[in-house]
Design a binder for this molecule. Structure first.
Ligand code: 3PG
Length: 321
């Protein structure tokens, strides 16, 4: 995989777990649980002697899994990690020698930064993706938004203090490539062989990151007059109609389509934190995307889409929060 393919994969999945493993013999079980939970990637940190062997075992057993090395403090460690099969390198801080070694060897590298000066240094080394660490203690999402002003070209992998409670704020931030963290793969869970729990925590993280929120129900009327007649009926329940080019919204919770509404019975609309990631998520569930339903934001990114499959006769669409 090329560097841009790896970063695109991280963006679309949205999560890269940070692993501290004490016993390399548990690496395959851990990788299996993470893959089953929907997260086929990991940053294995060089905070234990088992890291190198764990990377080797994970990548041998699951070659499709994107395993990288974290807490890489110098180029010698980067070299060892890559020899063991690491596909990317992460450091807590910015070490020029490590960055240059990775660049010369075509290995994606994301050094840690937590200030404008460090970001500037990273940018001048030719990097477009940096690790924002430690995210929460360095100012969190507010700091990321402020940094987006002078550094619009930079995307961040954010780690340090992220968990299910604050995950979604990061998922909505425009300059976050992916969030990272150890909460779903804690060392204790690995040491105690809690594979089912790790799988469940991974699945919970992936779903939570999407931030699914029911937006409205759609009713298919046969014609505009029929739709308008319906607005009167819902109006009697205190709902206020507002017209769009193709429908009437009753408050925000019911949309009455004038004609040619999708779905056998109508549709259900969901809001999500990031439309691109939602597309990846539903594809992984086996849905296909109705590309003819796309609408775009000002920057040309898809902001709305339907899937082709219905649930109980209802078409389903997703849109940005
Ligand atoms: C890291 O190295 O990225 C962090 O240790 C992960 O942070 P967390 O343990 O707070 O998730």
């Amino acid at each position: 995989m090329t560097e841009s393919e790896i970063f695109e994969f991280f963006h679309n999945l949205g999560i890269v777990p940070v692993v501290k493993i004490d016993d390399a013999a548990k690496a395959e079980k851990l990788a299996e649980a993470m893959i089953k939970g929907g997260i086929p990637c990991a940053e294995v940190t060089f905070r234990t002697d088992a890291a190198e062997e764990a990377i080797r075992r994970m990548t041998t057993a699951f070659p499709e899994m994107i395993v990288g090395a974290g807490t890489v403090l110098n180029k010698e460690t980067a070299e060892r990690a890559v020899k063991a099969g690491a596909k990317f390198i992460v450091s807590p801080g910015l070490d020029e020698g490590t960055v240059r070694w990775c660049q010369e060897n075509g290995i994606p590298v994301t050094p840690g930064v937590s200030s404008a000066s460090e970001i500037q240094k990273g940018v001048n080394l030719g990097l477009k993706v940096l690790k924002f660490f430690p995210a929460e203690s360095s100012g969190g999402v507010k700091m990321l938004k402020d940094l987006g002003g002078p550094f619009p070209q930079v995307k961040f992998m954010t780690t340090g203090g992220i968990n299910t409670a604050n995950l979604e704020e990061y998922a909505r931030a425009k300059n976050v490539l992916a969030v990272g963290g150890s909460w779903m793969v804690k060392a204790d869970l690995i040491n105690e062989d809690k594979w089912d729990e790790i799988e469940a925590l991974c699945r919970e993280a992936v779903t939570k990151l999407q931030g699914f929120e029911l937006a409205h129900f759609g009713i298919n009327a046969k014609c505009k007059d029929c739709a308008e007649a319906m607005t009167k009926k819902f109006g009697a329940f205190g709902m206020i109609p507002s017209a769009t080019s193709k429908s009437f919204f009753m408050d925000k919770s019911i949309e009455i389509m004038n004609e040619n509404g999708r779905g056998t019975h109508g549709h259900i609309g969901y809001k999500v934190n990031n439309v691109q990631r939602a597309m990846n998520y539903v594809k992984n569930l086996g849905y296909t995307i109705a590309e003819d339903s796309y609408t775009y934001d000002a920057s040309g990114k898809v902001k709305f889409f339907y899937v082709n499959e219905e649930i109980g006769g209802f078409a389903i669409h997703f849109m940005a929060k």
